[in-house]
Structure formats: structure tokens, C-alpha cells
Design a protein around this ligand. Structure first.
Ligand SMILES: Cc1cc2nc3c(=O)[nH]c(=O)nc-3n(C[C@H](O)[C@H](O)[C@H](O)COP(=O)(O)OP(=O)(O)OC[C@H]3O[C@@H](n4cnc5c(N)ncnc54)[C@H](O)[C@@H]3O)c2cc1C
Length: 534
């Protein structure tokens, strides 16, 4: 008979679950990672089609003083290259090379909005200040990935001198939690300019997080072979360390009083500790708490209400293109990671009130009205364009280009259209318009050279990762966050009201992304180890 009892079971094989499992396996624990998809990685994943390699989720990685130290700590050798970023508006394109590029970004904005020159200077001043904070925040390798007992030189030379600067900076950051739209409104009069600076961020993104992106542009790197190599390398490490990875298996029930879980094939597993590294609404829905002590049940219920009342953040629409045109044609215009806005006009209310009006009155809105809205939405949007072959030319057949184009998109809209039965038609309309707009602006050679195309809608992201509202970085930014959102108390983000159950990943801390998912994975692993010792 199979022994289905483990020291720790980790549910969800995204980057958070993989990290937690690898570190627990290194501790010599008997660990099992359960992942619903055929391969682990979640939103850090790559795939190939007809010789074109694409990244399914995140396009490149920001170290943030976390990813590379984590790899070093686990003794993983991952070959990486820099992933330079370009920013573009209409026919002006800027390649971000170093901190000086910020002045060029300022010039670029002034070219389009000369009357706002003074206001642009003020925004740039704030970005520069934030970049200084970021230098402090990510200035040293994250201590969680250092062996502090042995590495005393790190403690004395780096950690101790850094600590007061870190605490000072955290204080400053915490005062910059205002939604970026509100901050920009207080500084910039022209709504188009405000849109151009901020429309590719999630709604209500805290100012610090949004404006820190300029630093992150300089930090992006790309694993040779695709972003998914990061997940693969962690999986290989887990197996090498004796951990078990079970894919194609979905956890459907948790029974904390008997410390057991059940999967979709009705197999039951026992754990001493559980790390939940997947959608949190699911955890609260499937946890069976009937036999828990009343005070635990009460705490669980309180947290459950908070979680249920909160919404997942925005999702994305992603178009994948196989193009019969060499990489050089595109490389002459922009880098392989490119944020591009074809119109200086900005989205205005298109992705806000106009969308809410459509959603609120959907049964009375005609298909044509939705498509008219879509026209505007695509023409005025900002696109994240990734060309994996420009970062690693082995990722495409010779003479061809693979391109990934994405933009923020609303889960509810796609869901309503699906319920009305014209999702495939709508997706084709979106794809067609994106190709038209990009061909009419930055990449004119694109239009007649597309060999094949396919896309992921917010519904695909939801189906793939079981993520509420197809969210790609966890919770929507709202006044009352259901999880920890302050960096100085990030170590508390992994606790749940359930005994011996910890949480990790993009739903456990906000704002999240790959680095924070990795960090919470490591914190959860540390807590499990500590609880065993205790
Ligand atoms: C287009 C795009 C661009 C992005 N850009 C950036 C960026 O520039 N910078 C950045 O930092 N981040 C970015 N992100 C976000 C980042 O990729 C995610 O925040 C991060 O990868 C989340 O990792 P995770 O492990 O917490 O969750 P996930 O990757 O969602 O992993 C959760 C895993 O749990 C599995 N699962 C769910 N339910 C169950 C169950 N019941 N049983 C078993 N398994 C289950 C899922 O299949 C999934 O594999 C981007 C994401 C996308 C999609």
C-alpha cells in the first residue's frame, strides 16, 4: 500500500509552492507537492508550438534581491540574460539603459505634452526618489536566503548597516500607499498624460508599487530557454533532494482536524503541516471545519468572510503570434520587452465608467455596442509586447519571430460574453483589432506576416491556475486588504486560522508578483521548520 503520510504537503505548484517545497526538501522533510496542471510553474511557465517558444505568464523576471539569492541558496545554476525594456508612445521609442534613461523618459513625455512640462518634472522627481528607496529595499541579497549563522561577514558588513536605512525607507514607502491615479491627479492636470503614465498598472495600484516600475525595468532578466526554466529548475531540485511532485491532481477537500486532504481522484493524504500556495478563496471554500474547536472555527469564519468579500485583481488578455519575419526587423525598433501605447490620448473612462456601464446593463447592450467599445479600448490601450527570440534566439525557428502581446482585461466582461454564447467570436474580434492597431503603428510589417495566432483570455488564466477572477497578481487593490500588505510584517503573511496550515504566494501578501511569491514560499517553509522544532 502507498504511504500517503507526509511531513509537509504543499498545494499549488506555482513559483511559491515550488520554493516552499524545495526548501523543505532540503531540510530532509518528507514532502509532497500537489499541482493540478500537468506541469508545475503556474504563472511562471513556458510552452512551445511549432518550434516557437512562448511564456504563458510573466514575461521576464525582476530579481528584487530575492530570485537570484534564492537560486544561490538552493545551489541552482540557472543561465540568465538581461531583458532590456523599451517604452514607446506613437512613433517615439525609448530604450531603457540605465538610471539616466529617466531623463529621456521625461523628454519623451514633454514631446507629447509640452504644456505639462513642470508637472512632468514633478512626477519624474517622485520616480527618482522612489528609485532611491528601491536601491535600499533591494540593495542587499534578501537575508532570508542567507545562512546567517555561518555568514557573519554578511551580517556585519551588509545586514546591520542596511537595517536602519531599510526601516527609514519602509516608513517613507508606507506613506506612498495612495492609489497612483489619485497621486497623479494631485500633480498632473492633463488626464491623457495621467493615463499614459499609469494605464498599464492595475486599478488603484499603490503609488510606490506603480512608480517603482522604472527601477524594475532595469532589473529584468530572462532565463535562457524561457521564463519557465525557473520553475523547471526548482522542480528538478525538489526531485534531487528527494521530494515528491504529483501533477495532474487537484486538491478538493481539507480536513484540518484529522490533518488530511483529499484529491479529485478521492485519494486521501495525511500531513503534519500543510502549505496552501494557491487561490485563497478555494482554501476557505474547501476547508471542512466542523470538528475544530469553537474559537478556531470563529477565527476561521471571520477570515473567510473577509476573503469572500474581496475580489481578485485584474486579469490580462494575451495574444500569441507566430510571424514569418526575422527577429532583426523587430529588434531594430524595440527591445524584446516593450511597453507600447499607440495613442497619446489615453484610455480615459474606457476601462472604467464606460466598462462598468456595459457590465451593469449587459442584457440590454447589443453585440455591436460591445464591439464599438472594444474598438476604442484597443486603440487607446497600452500593450506589453514580448519577443522571446530577441532575448534568446534559439526560441524561434530561423528567420521567424514569436510575439506575445498583452493588456489588462476584465474577467467579468469575458464571462458575460461567454454566458451569452459568443466568446470565440469576441476573442477573434480582439485578436484582429490588436494586430490592426500594432501594424498601423509600431510594427507595420506584422499584418501580412502572421502565420498563426491564438490567445489566452482572463477565462483561460482562471481555468489554468484556478485563480479567482483570473487575477494574475492576487488581490484587487482595495481599501481593506484581506491579507498583510506591509513589507516589515511580511513574515506574518503566511499564517492562516487553521492549525498547521500556512499560506504562500500571490494571495498571501499584497502587492505580489514573482519575487513576493517566492519570499512567502520561503517564509512558509521557515515557519513549518520552526513548528516542527517547537
Ligand atoms: C501576463 C503576466 C504578466 C506578469 N508580469 C509580472 C511581472 O512583470 N512581475 C511580477 O513580479 N509578476 C508578474 N506576474 C505575476 C506573477 O507571475 C504571479 O504573481 C506569480 O507567478 C504567482 O505565483 P504563485 O505561485 O503565487 O501562484 P500561481 O502561479 O497562480 O500558482 C498556483 C498554482 O496552484 C495550482 N492550483 C490551484 N488550485 C489548486 C488545487 N486545488 N489543487 C492543486 N493545485 C492547485 C495552480 O494550477 C497553479 O499552478 C505576471 C503574470 C502574468 C500572467
Amino acid at each position: 500500500m502507498l504511504d500517503n503520510t507526509f511531513d509537509t504537503i504543499i498545494v499549488g505548484g506555482g513559483i511559491a509552492g515550488l520554493t516552499a517545497t524545495a526548501f523543505l526538501a532540503r531540510e530532509g522533510q518528507k514532502v509532497l507537492l500537489i499541482e493540478k496542471n500537468r506541469e508545475p510553474g503556474g504563472l511562471v511557465n513556458s510552452f512551445s508550438r511549432n518550434g516557437f517558444h512562448f511564456d504563458a505568464g510573466v514575461r521576464a523576471l525582476e530579481d528584487a534581491g530575492i530570485i537570484l539569492p534564492m537560486l544561490k541558496d538552493l545551489n541552482i545554476d540557472l543561465e540568465v540574460v538581461k531583458s532590456p525594456v523599451s517604452l514607446g508612445i506613437e512613433n517615439e521609442i525609448l530604450h531603457i539603459e540605465n538610471i539616466e534613461s529617466l531623463s529621456k523618459y521625461s523628454d519623451l513625455l514633454k514631446k507629447f505634452y509640452p504644456e505639462s512640462s513642470g508637472e512632468i518634472d514633478q512626477v519624474i522627481k517622485t520616480i527618482r526618489k522612489i528609485m532611491k528607496y528601491m536601491d535600499v529595499l533591494y540593495g542587499i541579497e534578501n537575508p532570508l536566503f542567507k545562512d546567517l549563522k555561518r555568514d557573519t561577514s554578511f551580517i556585519f558588513r551588509k545586514l546591520l548597516p542596511w537595517m536602519p536605512r531599510f526601516l527609514f525607507t519602509v516608513g517613507k514607502i508606507n506613506r506612498m500607499q495612495l492609489p497612483v491615479e489619485d497621486y497623479l491627479k494631485s500633480v498632473v492636470k492633463n488626464p491623457s498624460l495621467r493615463d499614459i503614465i499609469a494605464q498599464h498598472f492595475f486599478k488603484n495600484t499603490p503609488t510606490f508599487f506603480a512608480l517603482s516600475y522604472f527601477s524594475l525595468y532595469l532589473d529584468y532578466f530572462y532565463p535562457k530557454g524561457g521564463v519557465g526554466k525557473l520553475s523547471e529548475s526548482l522542480k528538478d531540485k525538489i526531485l534531487e533532494l528527494g521530494g515528491e511532485v504529483k501533477t495532474g491532481t487537484m486538491v478538493t477537500e481539507i480536513t484540518p482536524d484529522s490533518k488530511s486532504i483529499t484529491d479529485d481522484k478521492n485519494i486521501t493524504y495525511k500531513y503534519k503541516n500543510l502549505v496552501w500556495a494557491a487561490d485563497l478563496k478555494t482554501l476557505y471554500r474547501i476547508a471542512e471545519t466542523e470538528n475544530l474547536p469553537p474559537e478556531v472555527k470563529a477565527n476561521f469564519q471571520k477570515a473567510k468572510t473577509k476573503i469572500e468579500n474581496s475580489k481578485g485583481g485584474e486579469s490580462v488578455f494575451t495574444l500569441f503570434l507566430q510571424v514569418d519575419e526575422p527577429l532583426e526587423s523587430f529588434g531594430k525598433i524595440a527591445n524584446g520587452h516593450f511597453f507600447y501605447t499607440p495613442s497619446r490620448q489615453g484610455l480615459g473612462e474606457t476601462h472604467r465608467q464606460e466598462l462598468y456601464d456595459i457590465l451593469g446593463n449587459f442584457s440590454n447592450i447589443s453585440k455591436q455596442q460591445v464591439l464599438t467599445w472594444l474598438d476604442k479600448f484597443i486603440k487607446l490601450n497600452t500593450f506589453e509586447i514580448s519577443i522571446p527570440g530577441l532575448k534568446d534566439k534559439t526560441l524561434v525557428p530561423p528567420g521567424k519571430t514569436g510575439m506575445i502581446i498583452s493588456f489588462l482585461a476584465d474577467y467579468e466582461l469575458f464571462k458575460k460574453i461567454q454566458d451569452e454564447g459568443w466568446l470565440q467570436e469576441f476573442i477573434a474580434e480582439v485578436e484582429h483589432r490588436v494586430i490592426e492597431v500594432i501594424s498601423a503603428s509600431v510594427f507595420p510589417m506584422l499584418k501580412d506576416k502572421v502565420i498563426d495566432r491564438f490567445s489566452f483570455s482572463p477565462l483561460s488564466y482562471h481555468n489554468r491556475t484556478a485563480s479567482s477572477q483570473g487575477a494574475i497578481v492576487g488581490w484587487e487593490f482595495q481599501k481593506e486588504m484581506p491579507v498583510i500588505n506591509k513589507i516589515q510584517i511580511a513574515d506574518r503573511s503566511v499564517y492562516t486560522p487553521l492549525p498547521s496550515v500556512y499560506q504562500a504566494g500571490q494571495w498571501a501578501y499584497s502587492p505580489a508578483g514573482v519575487p513576493m511569491s517566492i519570499l512567502t514560499g520561503k517564509i512558509a517553509a521557515n515557519r513549518v521548520v520552526k513548528s516542527n522544532k517547537g
